[in-house]
Design a protein around this ligand. Structure first.
Ligand code: ZN
Length: 72
């Protein structure tokens, strides 16, 4: 199981709780971490939708680092 990150205006977000729109980093961390705990998903199973979504500007490493710290 993975948590998929999407940009705000992605036209292809499935109606599923494991698809998350990116938002302010602190709120995103809270949302993704609660899903990780609920579904027992490790931080390295959080991944971007594709190359353009949420896009190269999204600080994925920063998010992963914050999730890693919460998880440990
Ligand atoms: Zn997307």
């Amino acid at each position: 199981m993975v948590i998929v990150l999407h940009k705000e205006d992605c036209p292809d977000i499935p109606e599923h709780s494991l698809h998350v729109k990116v938002k302010k980093m602190d709120d995103l961390v809270d949302e993704v971490f609660s899903l990780m705990q609920k579904y027992k998903i490790p931080f390295h199973h959080v991944e971007p939708h594709n190359r353009n979504c949420p896009g190269l500007k999204f600080p994925l490493e920063e998010l992963e680092h914050k999730l890693f710290i919460l998880e440990h």
